[in-house]
Design a binder for this molecule. Structure first.
Ligand SMILES: *[C@@H]1O[C@H](CO)[C@@H](O)[C@H](O)[C@H]1NC(C)=O
Ligand SMILES: *[C@@H]1O[C@H](CO)[C@@H](O)[C@H](O)[C@H]1NC(C)=O
Ligand SMILES: *[C@@H]1O[C@H](CO)[C@@H](O)[C@H](O)[C@H]1NC(C)=O
Length: 427
């Protein structure tokens, strides 16, 4: 009780003085004819909580807080939104070190965040090599935005451990920084077709709530071959890798939610990643458990969660932003891209392409023509200074978009306006 009185006395004097000064100025302004509208009179009482916000719990804390803050500045003219930031997961397996390293250098920008992961199948010295390269790279250590998952996960291709690995990276990225706008899932066999400056520049104007998920509910042959079988992923409980296996009996298609399927490559908004990771709604958790026994989990989990959550269903843009070339009829793996695919790849306007073999000549063409990247160095960007270029960090907010930004803008303009009109979304 005594404490409270003392506290009140402590702020009473400054309040009286401030009020007196304010009243003096108010009177003076009236005399000088400075104050004419109701609005200006209200703004002179900025230290009082305004009515729409008056249901604050403690008026004392509100007043003391507001007394020391300056009056709100007049609203600035609507500026271009701030440059976004991406949070990447780049993952690989045994023998992928060089591919992963090259993809990381091609994707690097100091504004972004990166998690890299070599799974448990890759030998320890390969994983250690990756860690050493990142810890010794002076740009990475200076910016501190590349994180290596040291406790590797066992990941089964087509199994739920693939999704749990992706969720693991999402959780790390959420914990490491609040300052990113989209999560992008890539593998060591992916490669960008635009510079990060192109990507950051183009996405500056994109609604931050958009999720880029290629999806459909037209299950087709997947109804019988994916929706009904039950599989077990030994990666969940064994220490060595082995493939998923099928168990009987089959199950019925779900009636509690609608199944969606699509590309395993996704670009997710920060908000959606929080929704999935934090799980204050039970849907992401229930579906994760359902998908534990689903073949090709990564082709359905995020798609089904987003489309069955009303607050996210209308944020989905139906694309994976990838150029992937399938043989006809489609085989298990996509066609490996080579030098003959260069033109089609560029024309697509896509941000990324897959899949490439290590140091295929087409990657050198992409480096030279699209990324202006030299071997062993970063993709060119406005932040690059030093000799050789990009060996030192200049102004990280300086973007130098090139033709890649125009290609990407063309692709996105159509897709995002379709999404805004609600067409081609969760159907
Ligand atoms: C505060 O009051 C406004 C207007 O009366 C109301 O709409 C809002 O829900 C209230 N907020 C809280 C946190 O009580
Ligand atoms: C994420 O990326 C990996 C590539 O390593 C891919 O295989 C996987 O299916 C992707 N998607 C999801 C949803 O985890
Ligand atoms: C590219 O196309 C040419 C001409 O059709 C062919 O001879 C060559 O083998 C192709 N290259 C690759 C890597 O497939």
């Amino acid at each position: 009780m005594v404490g409270t009185i003392n506290l009140e006395k402590k702020w009473l004097l400054p309040l009286i003085i401030t009020s007196a000064i304010c009243l003096f100025f108010l009177a003076a302004s009236f005399n000088m004819g400075l104050v004419s509208t109701n609005h200006s009179i209200n703004s002179l009482f900025f230290f009082l909580p305004s009515f729409p916000h008056s249901n604050q719990t403690s008026s004392v804390s509100v007043e003391t807080k507001v007394l020391i803050t300056p009056p709100p500045a007049p609203a600035p003219a609507p500026a271009r939104p701030a440059i976004p930031r991406f949070a990447y997961l780049i993952s690989g397996s045994k023998g992928d070190l060089e591919k992963l390293w090259r993809t990381l250098l091609a994707l690097y920008h100091p504004l972004n965040h990166y998690v890299v992961h070599l799974d448990l199948e890759s030998p320890p010295d390969e994983r250690l090599d990756l860690l050493n390269r990142i810890e010794k790279h002076h740009v990475f250590t200076e910016v501190g935005n590349v994180f290596v998952i040291k406790k590797s996960n066992l990941v089964t291709y087509r199994g739920p451990t693939m999704v749990s690995n992706t969720l693991h990276a999402c959780a790390i990225l959420l914990k490491r920084s609040k300052e990113w706008d989209w999560f992008i899932n890539l593998s060591a066999s992916d490669y960008p077709l635009v510079t990060q400056d192109d990507l950051l520049y183009t996405f500056t104007d994109i609604d931050r709530s958009f999720n880029f998920i290629d999806h459909t509910s037209q299950l087709g042959w997947k109804r019988e071959r994916r929706g009904k079988p039950i599989i077990i992923d030994p990666g969940l409980y064994l220490t060595t890798k082995s493939d998923v296996f099928w168990v009987e009996p089959k199950r019925a298609l779900p009636t509690a939610f609608k199944l969606f399927t699509g590309s395993a490559w996704v670009v997710l908004s920060h908000e959606f990643v929080e929704y999935v990771i934090w799980g204050w709604d039970n849907l992401p958790r229930t579906l994760l458990m359902y998908y534990t026994n689903f073949l090709s989990t990564p082709e359905g989990y995020f798609h089904t969660v987003a489309c069955n959550a009303p607050e996210f269903a209308n944020t989905i843009v139906n694309t994976d932003l990838h150029y992937i070339s399938w043989d006809t009829p489609p085989k298990q793996h996509p066609h490996i891209l080579n030098i003959n695919d260069t033109d089609k790849m560029i024309e697509s306007g896509a941000a990324f392409a897959r899949k490439f073999t290590q140091d295929d000549p087409v990657l050198d063409v992409i480096d030279k023509k699209l990324l202006h990247k030299r071997r062993g160095l970063f993709t060119m960007g406005g932040w690059c200074i030093g000799k050789p270029k990009c060996s030192e960090i200049g102004d990280i907010y300086k973007l130098k978009p090139g033709p890649g930004a125009q290609r990407l803008q063309r692709l996105l303009a159509g897709l995002t306006s379709t999404a805004k009109s609600g067409q081609n979304q969760c159907i």
